[in-house]
Design a protein around this ligand. Structure first.
Ligand code: PGA
Length: 245
């Protein structure tokens, strides 16, 4: 399976900035060995999807509500994302878990809604620094997978240790190898043979300088990239470091 390099713009990107960034990424996206995905803020989904129409680069949202529609002021449904041109949606990012009180149960319900709307969910898991220091990382991650990933899941999982996000301090290739192997085992137990088809992304301070080493790790199915996805050259350099599928 080809690796997926996903850019999570978070709360960055006014119209002019998005146009410049997407045009540069689109221009460099040909002949890549990986799949590329851009997850802009909601307000840029429609223009970004328009700019990427006919290209090999996909578009995704950064969150969705679990309900199909209704009285949920400020929220966006999975069908709205699909309607705006998204094919993927990031769910349960640690910033949403920490800043919006999202629980595994919320993420589980959102994943079901995303799949029903025809989107591929990217469910994020990962331990905090204190949890790793205490040696609890595998317990935390298996608990998040058990609670967040619904039966019949055919999406993507992103392992993003919280201490590596936006810190410039990525996990080592050895830590990533151990955790991704562990996650694969959990998914196989939880989902049966379908657990073998789930792409497991690594996220947390992925940069051009460490991308090749991290993307070469067995069971790493791609990368979820925050800060470096806002610089076209860096995002494309990470994509060029992907392992040919
Ligand atoms: P970072 O963010 O690449 O800036 O560490 C990754 C993420 O939060 O998805």
């Amino acid at each position: 399976m080809r690796q997926l390099i996903a850019g999570n713009w978070k709360m960055h990107g006014l119209g002019g900035e998005a146009t410049v960034l997407v045009e540069a990424i689109r221009a460099g996206a040909n002949a890549l060995a990986c799949e590329l995905l851009i997850c802009p803020p909601f307000t840029q989904l429609v223009p970004v999807a328009g700019m990427l129409a006919g290209s090999t680069v996909s578009v995704g949202g950064q969150d969705c509500h679990a309900a199909v529609k209704g009285a949920h002021t400020g929220d966006i449904s999975a069908a709205m994302l699909a309607d705006a041109g998204a094919r993927f949606v990031i769910l349960g990012h640690s910033e949403r878990r920490a800043n919006h009180g999202e629980t595994d149960a919320h993420v589980h319900a959102k994943a079901i809604a995303a799949i029903a709307a025809g989107l591929t969910p990217i469910v994020c898991v990962g331990e905090t620094e204190a949890e790793r220091t205490a040696g609890w990382e595998t317990g935390v991650v298996s608990g998040q997978l058990a609670g967040s990933v619904p039966a019949g899941f055919a999406g993507v999982v992103a392992y993003e240790p919280v201490w590596a996000i936006g810190t410039g301090k990525s996990a080592t290739a050895a830590d990533v190898a151990a955790m991704h192997l562990f996650i694969r085992g959990v998914l196989l137990r939880q989902l049966g043979p379908a657990g073998g088809d789930v792409r497991i992304l690594y996220g947390g301070s992925v940069r051009p300088a460490n991308a090749a080493e991290l993307l070469a790790v067995p069971e790493v199915g791609g990368a979820l990239v925050g800060g470096a996805s806002l610089v076209a050259e860096d995002f494309l350099a990470i994509a060029r470091a992907a392992r040919p599928g």
